[in-house]
Design a protein around this ligand. Structure first.
Ligand SMILES: [Zn+2]
Length: 446
């Protein structure tokens, strides 16, 4: 089918205008208020002749789904979440919900995570429609609630209550990745796997008493010891398949050390001294998180009064596990470590642990994304990535759907801005994302 050439300058301006307006809708979760964001997207789709539906899991907690009403299982779902994390306005250089443009970048909470992706996906969808390619035949556009607070009122709820509307072969979702410029290449990462997350609560019971009379059944001391033990524990190196591919490609491109030495980072016998050769701290920390399970104590709550030894206290630990470790194995390990360290009176609870999830890279969509990126950026390359953090992709992978997390930005800086101050997206990358996605989707519509 013959289609007319696209006006990319106009597309870029339209995308910036839409993203700015989308950022101005405050969807900080909690409370989320995603229905307002969903209505905003619904209006745009409607103006372009595309129908959609808003489904609320609770009042105000709306998700939008558009396309593929024909009955056949759609090919690709374009997914992003409407909610954002809070912003400490006083620490930003601009008002976090202004959506203003400065020096070629669009600023505001959600610019990267992940209203920017929502607009990239929307624009690609609209352009296909305007070109007469009827994207609704094979593609679903979905904007969902409650990702940032664990997702209970978003994707898992929708999959449980409206499974028929969320069927698909592939999902393109946020990546929580980072891009990097290394050697002569711009590396774009496709999140094909993510670690499982285990949020543990450890309660300590002891003998209460007066603060003036010390004794060794003080639960606060046992908790303090436990936090030290868990925080200092180092897991062995473990290299998941996508991480191995990433490391092999990076070994050729990186300039921190000799390529053989870089590959040695995957060897379980590798020493911390080799890791220390990576001068770039964010890169060093990120690689460390990709190659091991991790466990970080984050919350502690003990007594309320200085002169009272409490009878109970608790701490919480954020643990992230690679493929091959189960939440149950982690819990047993923690119990063993604490017992060996002499901690007493504790119970370990795991309210909702998830295993790591992974999608195959051996798919048509992965190949098309890789080819398209190279067409648009001659120095670009697509590499697989396992993210330490979780996304809604895991709920689709559990159901056998191939889910990829994309970030169309080959700069490591963008990763530091996600959930941080001064979040912003470069307008160049916003357009790049639309172009790559538009061309990728077209290959699935012909
Ligand atoms: Zn996100």
């Amino acid at each position: 089918m013959q289609v007319s050439p696209l006006d990319w300058e106009r597309t870029a301006a339209e995308a910036a205008e839409l993203l700015s307006a989308y950022i101005q809708i405050n969807t900080v979760n909690p409370p989320g208020n995603e229905t307002e964001g969903a209505r905003f997207l619904q209006d745009i789709l409607k103006r372009n002749g595309i129908g959609s539906e808003i489904i609320e899991s609770k009042p105000g907690r709306g998700s939008l789904v558009s396309g593929c009403t024909a009955g056949a299982v759609p090919e690709i779902m374009l997914l992003h979440h409407i909610d954002v994390v809070q912003a400490e306005a006083g620490r930003w250089q601009v008002e976090p919900f202004s959506g203003c443009v400065r020096n070629g970048e669009l600023w505001g909470r959600g610019a990267l995570d992940c209203k920017g992706l929502g607009i990239i996906e929307l624009m690609a969808f609209l352009l296909l429609k305007r070109q007469g390619l009827d994207p609704e035949r094979r593609i679903v556009y979905a904007a969902t609630a409650d990702e940032e607070a664990g997702g209970a009122w978003g994707v898992p709820w929708l999959l449980q209550h409206h499974p028929e509307k969320f069927q698909t072969r592939y999902v393109i979702n946020e990546g929580v990745g980072w891009g990097l410029r290394t050697g002569s290449r711009n590396v774009y990462l496709c999140q094909v796997a993510e670690k499982g997350s285990c949020w543990l609560k450890i309660t300590f019971e002891g003998r209460p008493g007066h603060g003036s009379i010390p004794h060794d059944e003080n639960c606060v001391l046992h908790m303090a010891r436990a936090m030290q033990v868990l925080g200092n524990h180092r897991f062995g190196l473990q290299c998941a398949a996508p991480v191995r591919l990433l490391m092999e490609a990076l070994a050729r491109e990186q300039e921190y050390m000799r390529p053989e030495q870089f590959l040695g980072l995957m060897d379980p016998a590798c020493s911390c001294a080799t890791f220390d050769l990576i001068a770039d701290a964010p890169m060093r920390e990120m690689l460390g998180a990709l190659l091991t399970n991790t466990m970080v104590p984050t919350v502690a709550q003990a007594g309320k009064k200085t002169n009272v030894i409490p009878s109970e206290c608790f701490c919480e630990v954020d643990a992230r596990i690679l493929p091959g470790t189960t939440p149950e194995e982690l819990t047993s390990l923690i119990e063993r470590l604490l017992t060996d360290a002499g901690c007493r009176g504790f119970t370990v609870e795991l309210p909702g642990g998830s295993r790591a999830s992974e999608s195959s890279m051996d798919t048509e969509l992965y190949r098309v994304l890789g080819d398209t990126i190279e067409q648009h950026d001659p120095r670009g390359m697509l590499l697989p990535y396992l993210s330490p953090g979780a996304t809604d992709s895991r709920f689709f992978r559990e159901r056998g759907v191939v889910a990829y997390g994309m970030q169309f930005d080959a700069s490591i800086e963008s990763n530091r801005l996600i959930h941080g101050h001064d979040e912003r997206i470069s307008l160049r990358h916003l357009l790049f994302g639309i172009q790559v996605l538009y061309d990728t989707l077209r290959r699935f519509l012909v």
